[in-house]
Design a protein. Structure first.
Length: 308
């Protein structure tokens, strides 16, 4: 499920009215043709603990903080330094295992300390487990924590759109009415955005709360199975990168996550709507979900994780 469905003004508008945040960011809603680009924009390479800035990044982990699936192979994907496809996890296994059970959708309103309704705050459609974790975040970190959560979401969108601008053309198999959905989902921008979102949340709130929230976010009833697997897998790779680089700045994390996309340690959907490694699909040539909902999956998180 795209992180945009949380609502881009989830907390920011409320926090701004309460005087605890800066100006809300305005983001582009341009159509695909308006921002042509031939490929992703590279960030300068940086020196970060665990990565020499030139070779592929190796997290040295094997699925810690998992829960969205079996976790098997995630560390291998995060550490496969330019490995051949034969040396990576089975893609069919990823689609099978990286699923989560459907949750119940609820109306959630920001609450101070998790119990005190915030005046003038709107209601938002979230999963029941997301609501529980957001309330827990407000207990652990207050309204400033909720505002930071919103800032991280905005940052993930902004950086992904800058590093992966709209391609100059859309594949012929994408219907005109699906072009905007295709632009923001199932490709390299989407893979980067989810991984970077998780890396930033791990850096700010810890891996346990981040894993539970990002997994609960995919519990939307009827979530497409291919998209859900892609998101859960890339989420885990992002958390692994942050765990392996606890002192990395947001900019350094962006570089590491982008390198993981380039090296093929993320998954995207190809033009047949199948999961494929991110280095095996040319930029701007990814496909779109087949829109088949998932069934079953791993149990939902308990929603009791604390944000550090």
């Amino acid at each position: 499920m795209s992180i945009s469905s949380i609502g881009r003004d989830l907390i920011g508008g409320v926090a701004k009215r309460l005087g605890i945040s800066g100006p809300e960011q305005t983001r582009s809603t341009s159509q695909p043709q308006s921002q042509p680009a031939s490929g992703p924009t590279s960030q300068p390479r940086v020196q970060v603990a665990g990565w020499d800035g030139t070779s592929s990044f190796d997290s040295g982990r094997t699925g810690s903080g998992s829960g969205s699936g079996t976790g098997a192979g995630v560390g291998a994907a995060a550490g496969a330094a330019g490995a051949a496809v034969a040396g990576r996890p089975d893609l069919a296994g990823i689609e099978r295992d990286y699923q989560v059970q459907d949750d119940t959708m609820v109306k959630w309103r920001p609450k101070g300390l998790g119990i005190i309704p915030v005046p003038f705050a709107g209601e938002y459609n979230v999963t029941q487990t997301e609501a529980k974790l957001l309330d827990k975040l407000s207990v652990d970190r207050g309204l400033l924590g909720l505002n930071k959560f919103n800032d991280i979401k905005d940052q993930a969108f902004d950086v992904s759109e800058r590093l992966y601008p709209n391609p100059s053309s859309v594949p012929g198999g994408i219907a005109p009415g699906d072009q905007q959905e295709w632009m923001n989902n199932d490709g390299h921008r989407d893979a980067f955005r989810h991984a970077y979102w998780n890396a930033l949340m791990t850096r700010e709130f810890g891996a346990e709360w981040t894993q539970q929230f990002a997994t609960a976010h995919e519990g939307l009833p009827g979530n497409y199975a291919d998209r859900e697997a892609m998101d859960l897998y890339n989420n885990q790779v992002g958390r692994e990168i942050a765990l392996a680089n606890p002192n990395a700045s947001p900019e350094e994390l962006a570089t590491l996550v982008q390198q993981a996309v380039t090296d093929g340690r993320m998954v995207v959907l190809d033009d047949k709507s199948n999961l494929q490694w991110s280095d095996r699909v040319p930029y701007g040539q990814h496909g779109l979900s087949d829109r088949v909902p998932g069934t079953g999956g791993q149990p939902l998180p308990d929603g009791n994780a604390s944000a550090r």
